[in-house]
Ligand binder design. Sequence first.
Ligand SMILES: *Cc1c(COP(=O)(O)O)cnc(C)c1O
Length: 356
Amino acid sequence: MKKHNFSAGPCILPEEVLQKASQAILNFNDDDLSLIEISHRSKPFVDVIEKARNLALELLNLENKGYTALFLQGGASGQFLMTAYNLLNKKAGYLNTGTWSSKAIKEAKLFGEIVEVASSENTNFNYIPKNYTIPTDLDYFHCTSNNTIYGTQMKSFPETDVPLICDMSSDIFSRQLDFSKFDLIYAGAQKNMGPAGTTLVVIKNEILGKVEREIPSMLNYQTFIDKESMFNTPPVFAIYTSMLTLEWLKNLGGIPFIEKVNEQKSALLYAEIDRNKLFEGTAQKEDRSHMNATFKLKNEALKNEFDTLWKQANINGLEGHRSIGGYRASMYNALPLYSVQALVDVMQEFERIQKL
Ligand SMILES: *Cc1c(COP(=O)(O)O)cnc(C)c1O
């Protein structure tokens, strides 16, 4: 039986996507060739990347609004560099909500002055700063919608006239937002969209062309826009599998549908974390993530016992990130509700055993 997979990334994908992706490796489109041994410029693959790009814009409700969707390489980490390279002239603002934001800030500092508009580092990033003021003279403002490691999530986004850039790696396509508020969104595929190897970038075309420096071709968004995301050989398997996941999501009812399921899943788990006296959540309640729930045992001495129990229950990937410890249950789009129920059952069983 497939394990209940709470892995933070690379993460669970829908069963039907894995089936179709496996089939395409052996025989793609009934052409008696594998997806990974045909030209990326052949019609069957060009159709795939076109479909993936269109589905991304459609699901985000950004069709015909001046945006382009690209499938790039280099991970979300590559975007820490690329966003600054393409958009930072003098000064940019960053909201520092965790490890990934900090890494984005480090890269951007190579290109200009960085204002850390607000930070929750003083409390090991267990909340999202609020009521900060964004200076008006910035080239852009950068934030991280969901902090995969710390289990916090932005529930609202600042109103600002400067371009808004968001790292949505771990919650893209998981909840309804007005995506047209953002000028650039990026997301590594491997959290909520596909396998590792590609990064979705959704960019409002008009924000480009405003920096003075020369940008190397491979780091220039315009190169990839002009070449329809095919300047060089793209990661064909990662893009194909992402397309399958986006198709799966669309057929289910898109983001409005999956958002409700995600709310159900996280409500079920957080209710147990709050009810069960053996556990406590690590993120502030109002900022809790619907994707990654972080929690810990009140008594660390029980760790081995609990670990044995959840592993016996066919659960995978519950260990917290090394920088915060404890547990982290990642509940991405493809994780079924019954997997969350299985975890809740284990937590209740653990409580029962402790009372004996
Ligand atoms: C995982 C993650 C990253 C890093 O992604 P890579 O594709 O490994 O570079 C960046 N930001 C967030 C929010 C993440 O969850």
